[in-house]
Design a protein around this ligand. Structure first.
Ligand SMILES: Cc1cc2nc3c(=O)[nH]c(=O)nc-3n(C[C@H](O)[C@H](O)[C@H](O)COP(=O)(O)O)c2cc1C
Length: 190
């Protein structure tokens, strides 16, 4: 069974991203979705890292290491990714060039009550993950605007059809054989 670790960039109790994660979990029960808590991860500090990863970091890394892919659901804060998500990614990016994210297949979903669909935050997330040499879903993105209106119509099966389409493609990407992935192929040939 495919296992996907889920990171949510919002700690808010009524987070729309958590609601979207609930929908995804419910719609794709053939996947094992593992929600990884990032709210307990302390601020990254190389001195602390040198003494050993704190428990929350060990758990974060273990979930990502054992997962076939990682799905990130994140809001945009002031035109970028929330600090809590960047902090978790910084911990998980270590050791550099041999991290749990190396070649890991990653999907990104972002939603906002506003009109711009978290476009900039998603570009930043992709840039950060590429710096970590993760493999972000190529040629595909999901920008959700007016998310509060979608959540009001959550019982209509049509409401989340774009979410379902993106997640279907992401699961296919996670399950693609290694050699079929152009990024990884080019890295192997270096
Ligand atoms: C500090 C902060 C900055 C925000 N900046 C943006 C932004 O740049 N773009 C945007 O579309 N929404 C922005 N928002 C609104 C969020 O999209 C909104 O709060 C969203 O519901 C957060 O996701 P959540 O429901 O999962 O917590 C911001 C919210 C906060 C708290």
């Amino acid at each position: 069974m495919t296992t996907i670790a889920v990171l949510i960039g919002s700690l808010r109790h009524d987070s729309y991203h958590a609601k979207l994660a609930d929908h995804i979990q419910h719609t794709f029960p053939h996947v094992t979705w593992t929600r990884v808590s990032i709210g307990d991860v302390p601020f990254f500090n190389e001195d602390v890292e040198r003494e050993g990863d704190p428990d929350a970091v060990q758990q974060l890394k273990a979930h990502i290491r054992t997962a076939d892919g990682v799905l990130i659901l994140t809001p945009e804060y002031n035109g970028s990714v929330p600090g809590v998500l960047k902090n978790a990614l910084d911990w998980a990016s270590r050791p550099a060039n041999d991290s749990v994210f190396l070649h890991k297949r990653v999907g990104i979903i972002g939603a906002t009550p506003g009109m711009m669909g978290t476009i900039v935050a998603q570009l930043h997330a992709r840039h950060i993950l590429e710096a970590m040499r993760a493999s972000v879903v190529p040629h595909d993105a999901l920008h959700i605007s007016r998310v509060h209106e979608l959540c009001e119509r959550a019982n209509d099966p049509d409401t989340f059809r774009y979410v379902d389409r993106y997640v279907t493609r992401f699961i296919d990407y996670v399950n693609e054989p290694l050699a079929a992935n152009a990024n990884e192929q080019s890295l192997k040939e270096e």
